[in-house]
Write a protein that binds this ligand. Structure first.
Ligand code: SF4
Ligand code: SF4
Ligand code: FES
Length: 257
């Protein structure tokens, strides 16, 4: 995760903020941003509510669709003791929600050359020895906005099961919410990324179709088709995608493209 990615700044001309004692309209709710009260339309995501209130994201916002993991947010609902953790672009605001953006999650990443690394059973433990400190509290799993069994993939890593660690963590978007809360200081998402890279490079069978396609792309076989695709309406592109040929289905192996 990059330093400063969760910072946002206030616009020079912010919307006029109503006083806390003013009544809410039927479709409004009250949220608190950095302790300040804002009335925002119900149904907005945290990200849109912040923007509605006059804030402009300069970092901590990427895809706006739950994929890039840039917008991790902590919140508390008034009178609830528990903190909430979620993605600002996905979580819908609730009445009396207190919001803060996180500065960033400073996760130290192991250095390796994937071409030279030894994909042995102990490699994940060697690269990230802190995984041995896991106390099985399951806090990481409960923090994950992707509903990944995060604790399980850490346990698979400790056991040296690269394949399962990669498989369980497949939907990780590297938001860092698990790492932020882990009492053992584990950087789950970096470790899981290494497991997936190792599986892709050393464990799964090579995809014949993919190798052929890369060769054909290098020979510029698809230049004309790419120009056609760029001009195609989204609806037609989606249809083409759904109808695509999947190698693994055809050939019964795991090498699909
Ligand atoms: S495993 Fe961790 S970094 Fe990955 S999506 Fe879940 S909370 Fe975010
Ligand atoms: S939060 Fe950390 S210590 Fe707790 S289960 Fe997850 S990896 Fe283990
Ligand atoms: S902006 Fe990409 S996950 Fe929220």
């Amino acid at each position: 995760m990059t330093e400063g990615k969760q910072v946002f700044v206030e616009k020079k001309k912010v919307k006029k903020i109503k006083g806390k004692d003013e009544k809410l309209k039927a479709d409004e709710i009250e949220v608190f941003i950095m302790g300040k009260s804002y009335k925002v339309p119900a149904g907005l995501t945290i990200m849109k509510a912040l923007e509605y209130a006059g804030y402009r994201f300069i970092r901590g916002c990427g895809c706006r669709a739950g994929f890039c993991g840039a917008c991790s947010t902590v919140y508390r609902i008034e009178d609830e003791q528990k903190l909430g953790f979620d993605l600002a672009c996905q979580k819908v605001v609730e009445n009396n929600m207190y919001l803060v953006q996180l500065p960033f999650v400073p996760g130290v990443k192991a250095e390796y050359d994937i071409e030279k690394i030894d994909p042995s059973d102990s490699i994940l433990l060697e690269m990230y020895p802190e995984i041995a400190r896991c106390v099985s509290c399951n806090t990481c799993t409960k923090s994950c906005p992707q509903d990944i069994d995060t604790m399980k993939y850490i346990q698979m890593a400790v056991r040296g099961d690269i394949e399962r660690c990669a498989e369980i963590s497949f939907d990780c978007i590297q938001c860092g919410l698990c790492a932020m809360r882990c009492p053992a200081d584990i950087k789950h998402y970096h470790l899981a990324q290494l497991a997936r890279r190792l599986r892709g490079k050393y464990i799964d069978p090579r995809s014949k179709n993919l190798a052929n396609r890369v060769k054909e792309i290098d020979q510029r076989k698809y230049d004309e088709e790419i120009v056609k695709l760029i001009k195609m309406p989204n609806k037609d592109i989606k249809e083409l995608y759904v109808k695509r040929k999947i190698e693994a289905e055809d050939e019964g192996d795991l090498g699909g493209d």
